[in-house]
Design a protein around this ligand. Structure first.
Ligand code: FDA
Length: 395
């Protein structure tokens, strides 16, 4: 039987961050992962450049049954703390848009930074290693590992950092939820988040014709809106505004897409009518929107004739449709392409300061496995860093 102070399941963003801080006070820390390399999601994130945090991170950027839960960790290990760590390692970065910070070079810089700090703090990493069983005993946990790092281990703390269900091809397993249930913690309903939305055959052929068209829009579902780009694809709608709203969308709910969200479209059409009364409505719209999108909206709504023949009321209606296009998704692309899993280990069963299970001393849950999900834009990694730090400090 080998002994460690802390065993961490999952060498992803949260697990590695936790390991560094749990080991920094001298504790013996083992991180196990069934993948062949640590931080695989970091590697592919942000188009290979890792959108590692967001300058504007606050608890408002997260979805959770308890909107206050994330506050403690996020305010104690902030985006600025992570930026300071990145700077200490001389990793060059830039702000792209909306406070989103990316590596100049490669996401691998972030993985190397975490791996280096783990090594400096004496953490052991066992890859291609699976968890067979974990059971509680009087002095902590007995952990049976299989695969390359196979062993029986006694540890005081057991940290679940094995992420959610998104992208099973990359090793997502959902095991964290089973461990939570095994120890009597509740798990809220889980579903795919930050994911493209899919549509039925009534409208999909038109989307296919527009595949590749992108337009700025304000996309709303219920009371929530995001203003970013929408992208038409062969399967439906994607782009940042759609990924953002997907986390709020529920089946059978329509979404509203306001193209040209900041423009006075009615005013622009009326202006065009004054200046060029013989212009076709379709041509006037094509001056405002990408051509294929303008052609689709014109045909779908039967906007015919020239501007002179259209009353100002009709032009106002056309503008209202362009800025209030309603569509009904039939689903999402699911975990296959989702960036995150919504829902997870119920926060009321965890201490928000330490991420420790309220009723199981020594058992911790961090990162995506917890019912805290960020918006698109670096917030999910910030949650991984902050929650990993909080548990590491508490151990
Ligand atoms: P994470 O999934 O990173 O790590 C879990 C680890 O546990 C993995 O190494 C896995 O192999 C291991 N594991 C799982 N099951 C196991 C088992 N049964 N046994 C052993 N090991 C197991 N966020 C962001 O803020 N900015 C961004 O740019 C992006 N970009 C992005 C792109 C894509 C394509 C995806 C899919 C996701 C993103 N995200 C993102 C989201 C971000 O990747 C995610 O929120 C974090 O990686 C979550 O960190 P965790 O450490 O909780 O889980």
């Amino acid at each position: 039987m080998q002994t460690f102070d802390t065993v961490i399941l999952g060498a992803g963003a949260a697990g590695m961050m936790c390991a560094i801080h749990a080991a920094s006070k001298g504790g013996r820390v083992l991180v196990v992962d069934h993948a062949k390399a640590p931080g695989e999601k970091i590697r592919i994130s942000g188009g290979g450049r890792c959108n590692f945090t967001n300058l504007g991170t606050t608890a408002k950027n997260f979805l959770s049954a308890n909107p206050h839960f994330a506050k403690s960790a996020i305010s104690r290990f902030t985006q600025h703390d992570f930026i300071a760590m990145v700077d200490r390692h001389r990793i060059a970065w830039h702000e792209k848009t909306l406070g989103q910070l990316f590596c100049d070079n490669s996401a691998k810089d972030i993985i190397e930074m975490l791996a280096r700090e783990m090594e400096q703090n004496g953490c052991e990493l066992r890859l291609r290693t699976t968890l067979e069983t974990v059971t509680k005993n009087e002095s902590g946990f007995t952990v049976a590992l299989g695969g390359d790092g196979s062993a029986r281990i006694q540890c005081t703390n057991f940290v679940v950092a094995c992420g959610g269900k998104s992208i099973p091809k990359m090793g997502a397993s959902g095991l964290g939820y089973q461990i939570a249930e095994q120890f009597g913690l509740k798990v809220t309903e889980t579903r795919a988040g930050l994911v493209p939305l899919t549509f039925g055959e009534d409208i999909l052929p038109h989307f296919r014709e527009m595949a590749g068209v992108a337009a700025d829009a304000r996309v709303s579902c219920g009371k929530t809106s995001f203003e970013e780009a929408v992208l038409f694809t062969h399967r439906g709608l994607s782009g940042p505004a759609i990924l953002q709203i997907s986390s709020y969308w529920r089946e059978k709910q329509p979404i509203r897409v306001a193209f040209l969200p900041r423009d006075d479209v009615a005013g622009q059409l009326m202006n065009a009518k004054r200046q060029n009364p013989r212009q076709q409505i379709a041509t006037a719209i094509a001056d405002l929107l990408p051509k294929r999108l303008a052609a689709y909206l014109t045909q779908a709504h039967g906007w015919k004739g020239n501007l002179a023949d259209a009353s100002d009321k009709k032009l106002a209606d056309v503008a209202a449709t362009i800025q209030g296009w309603e569509v009904l998704p039939i689903g999402s692309e699911g975990y296959r392409t989702a960036e995150v899993t919504l829902g997870g280990v119920e926060t009321s069963d965890l201490n928000s300061k330490s991420m420790e299970a309220r009723n199981v001393p020594g058992l911790f849950f961090i990162g995506e496995v917890v019912d805290v999900t960020g918006w698109l834009g670096g917030y999910n990694f910030q949650w991984a860093w902050s929650s990993g730090w909080a548990a590491g400090k508490a151990i």
